[in-house]
Write a protein that binds this ligand. Sequence first.
Ligand code: HEC
Length: 171
Amino acid sequence: MSKTELLASTVVLLAISAAAASGLTGEASPIYGVRVPEGYREWRLITVSHEAGKNNDIRAVLGNDIATNAFREGTRPFPDGTIIARLAYVYESSPENDKVFPAPQSFVAGDPTNVQFSVKDSKKYADTGGWGYGQFENGVANPSEPLIKSCFACHMKLDPSTDYVFSHYSP
Ligand code: HEC
């Protein structure tokens, strides 16, 4: 391998490891081009929710700093740069935890199902209330256009004064 080839392959390797370290997979959601934001797992907790029925999951809603401040202060519309993450897990009973209780009562987060993001950019996403959307499974963007179209189609049913966000800040 020549010095130039060695240098070229080192640059490629560095680029790959930098991408891996940042948590970015390089995958973008259809339509909006939303990617997994760096460090989102360290964001602050906004609230939790549980969906019964077919989803049967338990969810954590997290916000980056801009989102968290807006939630706390009740700022609507959310400022550009807001990103809200919603992490969902299988909702399952815990026989292990239940051993310490007189009757089965403990439910916990099981395997992760998917992570969704709502990203505020009032110019880029002007046609959809300023919001871009993405859904990821194991860090991989869900490629389904109908699924990604369903995001705003449902969120837009909210009153515009909510800025199309369902969640409220849980202190
Ligand atoms: C049928 C309606 C519906 C669809 C479709 C839908 N959502 Fe939501 N979304 C909700 C509801 C209701 C909540 C709040 C309660 C919950 O999590 O179940 C929510 C919560 C969220 C949150 C937390 C912030 C907030 O607005 O409360 C994000 C982020 C989110 N959705 C993104 C998405 C993305 C991305 C998609 C498309 C892949 C999507 N949603 C599709 C109804 C919907």
